[in-house]
Design a protein around this ligand. Structure first.
Ligand SMILES: *Cc1c(COP(=O)(O)O)cnc(C)c1O
Length: 224
């Protein structure tokens, strides 16, 4: 617990310094990624002032939600299968809207409940085959298409950098996601958020304008 508190303050301090260096002046929300960790990690994060928690699997998140008593906001940060979109009811924000087919299913959920689902559009800046997301070149067209989805509210963009990328690549990826957010805005979406940066690269992501960082290992140690 003390350990997590110390790590949270160090992360916050590093973020504050990165905001200064980057010059974007943005506020940054820390999302504690608790996948594979027990519910104790969620509670520890909350007690340290981190009110946002990220999970990449629906079932694991729902199991934890059933046990956790602290009022955190649950972020779904991993790929969502179309047959599980009903579960969006239990999440504050979907980070990985990554295809038109998924968007159609999410749109249906939002229309059905008469309140749009908040989403981030995932962008795959360097075209990694192993990762989901739209190509940067497709964002403007998808942004137009998403305008017709009354059940979806696009609040920003999300990206994941390639594992082991060098600094130049990281900056290219993060700046690419920032330009995706601008394209969403240009199409009329109220896209203010930029979810990018993990334990190994969050400082560079913040320098490039991240408003949400998704960090697990740096707060809780290696996953098992
Ligand atoms: C696991 C995961 C993270 C956090 O990774 P760390 O390196 O432990 O900080 C961030 N984003 C996504 C989408 C993840 O799946």
């Amino acid at each position: 617990m003390q350990d997590v508190a110390d790590r949270v303050s160090e992360v916050r301090e590093r973020i504050a310094n990165a905001v200064r260096r980057g010059g974007h002046g943005q506020a940054v929300r820390v999302i504690a990624v608790t996948k594979t960790q027990g519910t104790g990690a969620v509670e520890a994060a909350y007690r340290c002032g981190v009110e946002d928690v990220g999970e990449n699997r629906v079932q694991e998140a729902l199991d934890k939600q059933a046990q956790v008593t602290v009022p955190v906001r649950w972020h779904l940060i991993g790929h969502l299968q179309r047959n599980k979109v009903k579960a969006l009811e239990h999440f504050w924000l979907l980070h990985a809207l990554d295809s038109r087919r998924l968007a159609e299913a999410v749109d249906g959920v939002g229309r059905g409940r008469a309140r749009p689902v908040d989403v981030l559009v995932q962008v795959n800046v360097v075209g990694e085959e192993t990762k989901g997301g739209y190509a940067l070149a497709d964002i403007a067209r998808e942004a137009e298409w998403l305008q017709a989805c009354a059940g979806i509210r696009v609040v920003g963009a999300m990206t994941m950098a390639p594992f082991d990328a060098d600094e130049a690549t990281l900056r290219r990826v993060f700046a690419g996601a920032r330009s995706a957010r601008e394209a969403l805005r240009a199409a009329g979406h109220a896209a203010t958020e930029l979810s990018m940066g993990m334990s190994g690269d969050y400082e560079i992501a913040v320098e490039e304008g991240a408003t949400m960082v998704r960090v697990g290992t740096v707060l809780f140690g290696e996953r098992h």
